[in-house]
Ligand binder design. Sequence first.
Ligand SMILES: CSC[C@@H](O)[C@@H](O)C(=O)COP(=O)(O)O
Length: 343
Amino acid sequence: MSQELRAVEWTGDALALIDQTALPHRTETLRVRDVDGLVDAIQRLVVRGAPAIGAAGAYGVALALLQAEREHWDGERLRAGIARIRAARPTAVNLMVCVDRVAARLDDGLDAVLAEADAVQREDVEANRAMGVHGADWLIERVAEDRPLRLLTHCNTGALATAGWGTALGVIRELHARGLVELVHADETRPLLQGSRLTAWELVQEGIPHRVQADGAAAGTILRGEVDAAIVGADRIAANGDTANKVGTVGIALACADAGIPFLVAAPTTTVDLATPDGSAIHIELRGENEVLEWGGVRTAPAESRGHNPAFDVTPGRLVTGLVTERGVLEVSAGELPGERLA
Ligand SMILES: CSC[C@@H](O)[C@@H](O)C(=O)COP(=O)(O)O
């Protein structure tokens, strides 16, 4: 196994982010020193994936505090800067939760802020490790009976998307460590290719057998009986189990329901938003239309066409067979609702 990746790392006076827009062709690190730089990095997906954005936001409070000292900001300007980080991407609830948690220590000074951000990062890795074990145990008990599994995943939920190890990909890594992965179908994840660029790259690093497929191939692969279970991450989970995740996820869940195979969501409890009763209340980020009208900066759609580019969709909780958290697996479609079990 390769050395564990750190998508987000505090360096003492800056935040070092692996530039996920450059992978897999170039491994570059972007050093962010101020609020504008961090907001830009989050919005351009230099750092992405709900838990990784949460960790970046946590350290972003420290960056804002240092910038305030350097540039003699008053308290109001500091809070406005932190609010901009908090709002940089609207769907991933981890960003808001982590920023608020660390900002609550502002009056205690930089050391306290950094200690809280370190705790956010440490706890996320611990949660991912625990999810890996719970998810792998559940799949072995319910599906595998000790034979290697054929899995399907969407977007990127690995070390790059988290503080370390990964959520859905963490479960896959745990299964692989136990010798129980036959093949991973990695959806390419249009329009920004987090699956083919990032998940495939991580799977290569880990030596996990995989093949990349177009998002449009996923339902057919499932219905042909080539997949034992699908496992994805989440950006926000409502109290009733409705799950916002990368656009394309709900089609996978529908195909799994039709095929009678498990559809699992792996996410830390920081992704569960008990204040949101159901998926209709989740704000879905609409990104710029050029991401779907162009390819590699070259216009592919007719000049007259307009684009529609929701970054996420919502899978109804009734289609979520299991929600894998660090506390265990909730069988949501069987009535174990997060709002009741995690409150
Ligand atoms: C562990 S990451 C879970 C989700 O954040 C992930 O599945 C996803 O949808 C990421 O979207 P992205 O737009 O790349 O930030």
